[in-house]
Design a protein around this ligand. Structure first.
Ligand SMILES: [Zn+2]
Length: 276
């Protein structure tokens, strides 16, 4: 008796989810479904969206962000529950990317094979950076869009496998722009400064700006930082100056972006969220 009730209940639920007009309202994703991509999702206001079992922050208008890592799998699944309690589970294919190999020679050798004495500092740096990105705010600065932080030739792209002085190291996650030391770096979007540090071991002068919903920008190798931790910045505001601090061969800006722990490609963020 109990068994047949369970089966009946299951049939009832599946009829509901297949019935025309009874499904949750549609889910749309804007942006490029490829490794390193950032997507802007839209659902009916008041809905909840889940990715990998986690509830995503969602705006009053039903918008949310979803970032794909450098090595994201070939498909992702999103679950949406609309205000009426109807649920849809939708899968999306993710395109695989080919990444370049880039050899960088002439960096200070202590930054390629750090001395024992530097390891504690490196661990401490990495903990500081992690904690700066940990806070997930309800800011929606990302909705106003992103601009380039400076104009300069691109000398490094997202995802490349890097060899420093011939030694294989972790991939490069930023876009590098060559520019003379002292060139102003402009905030690509509004946000709040979460980290302003003048001397991290690998990244030198480093600035992290929170754009809301787990999306943040990091700026590396800076010669100067013009804003303090905790302050708000507006899009286009000068926030730092280009330098060659940390593991760098010459002056350039390395701009990286994170969605929570996932590193996304700033180039794809510019495409998904252009200036409004
Ligand atoms: Zn770089």
């Amino acid at each position: 008796m109990t068994g047949s009730r369970v089966v009946l209940a299951a049939l009832f639920i599946s009829c509901f989810s297949l019935g025309a007009g009874l499904q949750a309202s549609p889910l749309t994703l804007k942006g490029s479904l490829q490794q390193g991509g950032l997507l802007l999702g839209t659902v009916e206001a008041g809905s909840s969206a889940y990715y990998r079992g986690q509830l995503l922050p969602i705006t009053a208008n039903g918008q949310f962000l979803l970032g794909l890592s450098r090595d994201a799998p070939s498909g992702i699944e999103l679950r949406v529950v609309d205000p009426a309690g109807m649920q849809i589970v939708q899968t999306f294919a993710v395109a695989k990317r080919e990444y370049r190999i880039q050899r960088v020679n002439g960096v200070p050798s202590k930054t390629v094979t750090p001395a024992e004495a530097d390891l504690a500092r490196i661990r401490n740096d990495s903990a500081m950076v992690k904690s700066a990105r940990k806070e997930i705010t309800t800011r929606v600065d990302f909705l106003d869009g992103f601009q380039l932080p400076l104009n300069g030739p691109v000398t490094g792209v997202y995802g490349s496998q890097r060899f420093y002085n011939g030694v294989p190291k972790s991939p490069h996650y930023g876009i590098d722009y060559a520019a003379p030391t002292g060139t102003e770096v402009l905030a690509p979007a509004a946000g709040v400064v979460r980290l302003a540090h003048r001397d991290l071991f690998y990244s030198g002068g480093t600035l992290i700006v929170d754009h809301g919903h787990g999306l943040s920008s990091s700026f590396l190798h800076l010669s100067d930082i013009l804003v303090a931790e905790g302050t708000q910045v507006r899009r286009g505001q000068p926030i730092a100056k280009v330098g060659a601090t940390g593991r760098a061969t010459g002056p350039h800006l390395d701009w990286r972006m994170n969605w929570h722990k996932e590193r996304v490609d700033p180039q794809l963020v510019l495409e998904t969220l252009p200036v409004q």
